[in-house]
Ligand binder design. Structure first.
Ligand code: ATP
Ligand code: MG
Length: 419
């Protein structure tokens, strides 16, 4: 992509109405634009990152048997009345509206009320189970404090998977599989996290949250400094400096964290109100046992920025960076331009993702600053000083190397194939 044509602009100053690091850096670097508190447009750079995160999630959900669907965001009130969630917590969290005839709807903030009757239409026998369905869709929530950029949106991206089983043992096995798949997702996104026990609602002792320790987090968790057992403060029966209840030797510490994922054993909580039954091998009717599994790709994007940045800007992990290479052309002479374009085209032909700063009216200093702000893993510079070579620097390192173009191609393409 030629930067001269890229839709989006870098800003020297932090926007006045943002306080969180992720919103400040993503706005300054031209990834997102704020429409209103908690509501953002993803500009071309931002959408590339969001889509890469969604694809990682998609790959890991497919790997545990998930089938992707897409359910409506606009949902009739009657379905929500069946579970009582139209009023509680619907009245607080759900955007509720009417059509011209006065029929009431809500905007989806979760999808149990939609998927359970959907599955009832198709599943009737033990032979139809187990079943794993997911979607990646924007959810809507009337959040009281939408001040944390992508971490807390009124409209935000969520992957929600729902599993359907004949019995609790099968649910438990799949739950453990999903837990591992979640760990893979976050590891691939370079987020270190603590699998944290949290409230399981009325049907299960615990749910599990995937918590990223960072000062900007809105949750508080206790975690063992030795075995990393963790519990959300909301349910914990111990305090900081207590002995770990799990390994019995480590000490519990208290920390702020961001919840990037949450998995639940719903059991019959939703199959009961919707009469979702199956017929077992003996012809007996039994309730379907359910689980649900959520990840917020947009919150993951914000969390990565909270964790991976420095004074100059974002430091994207390679796998979700908008581009792998930022090629800077310094100076505007014809020969130089030709050389930079040749390098750009050759790298493109190798299948590498490159942002080419071909802007003519921008100073070298500004190009360097923009490159650090945007945070692409490799910076390549072609200038009068580099002569026949290319200057190479990684965003997360200080060292600058001059390399032969041939040598550089070899290095980059071999790294590409390692991915
Ligand atoms: P929180 O306690 O932070 O409000 P939650 O527990 O209500 O979140 P879930 O219902 O478990 O959230 O949603 C599943 C996932 O969706 C969360 O783990 C998070 O990654 C994401 N998510 C939830 N609410 C938001 C939001 N307002 N903005 C961005 N992502 C969100
Ligand atoms: Mg949660």
């Amino acid at each position: 992509m030629r930067q001269s044509k890229l839709f989006g602009k870098t800003l020297k100053q932090a926007p006045k109405d943002e306080v969180s690091i992720n919103a400040i850096l993503l706005t300054r670097a031209g990834f997102i634009d704020k429409l209103s508190a908690g509501i953002y447009t993803y500009l071309p750079l931002g959408l590339r990152v969001l889509n890469k995160i969604k694809n990682i999630v998609r790959e890991e959900m497919n790997a545990i048997g998930g089938q992707e669907i897409l359910m409506p965001a606009l949902q009739p009130k009657e379905l929500w009345e069946k579970t009582g969630r139209w009023t509680k917590p619907g009245k607080e969290v759900m955007f509720q509206l009417e059509d011209r005839s006065g029929k009431e709807y809500g905007l989806g903030w979760t999808h149990e009320e939609i998927i359970t009757p959907l599955v009832k239409k198709i599943v009737s026998s033990y032979k139809d189970l187990p079943l794993y369905l997911y979607q990646i869709q924007d959810k809507f929530r009337d959040e009281p404090r939408a001040k944390s950029g992508l971490l807390r949106g009124l409209e935000f991206s969520m992957k929600d998977l729902y599993s359907f089983h004949t019995d609790e043992k099968d649910l438990e096995e799949y739950y453990q599989k999903a837990l591992k798949a979640y760990q893979k997702v976050f590891k691939r996104c370079s987020l270190e996290l603590l699998v944290t026990e949290a409230s399981g609602g009325s049907f299960s002792k615990y749910s599990h949250e995937f918590q990223v320790l960072t000062p900007s987090g809105e949750d508080i968790i206790f975690y063992c400094q030795k075995c990393f057992y963790a519990q959300n403060k909301e349910i914990a029966k111990f305090k900081a400096d207590d002995k770990c209840p799990k390994c019995k030797s480590g000490k519990m510490a208290e920390g702020k964290s961001i919840e990037v994922g949450n998995i639940f054993q719903l059991k019959t909580k939703y199959s009961s109100p919707f009469d979702l039954f199956y017929t077992d091998q003996n012809g007996k009717q039994k309730p379907v046992i359910m689980g649900c599994y959520g990840i917020g790709p947009s919150r993951v994007m914000g969390s990565v920025v909270e964790v991976h940045h420095d004074q100059q800007g974002i430091i994207w992990p390679k796998i979700i960076a908008p581009y792998q290479i930022h090629l800077l052309m310094l100076g505007s002479e014809n020969e130089l331009g030709k050389k930079a374009k040749t390098v750009y085209n050759k790298l493109l032909a190798q299948g590498l993702e490159i942002l080419f700063d071909d802007r003519l009216d921008i100073s070298a200093g500004q190009k360097f600053a923009d490159s650090d702000l945007i945070g692409i893993p490799y910076r390549l510079v072609i200038s009068n000083k580099t002569k026949d070579k290319v200057e190479v620097k990684r965003r997360n390192e200080k060292e600058v190397k001059l390399m032969e173009i041939k040598e550089l191609f070899k290095k980059l393409t071999s790294e590409q194939s390692d991915k």
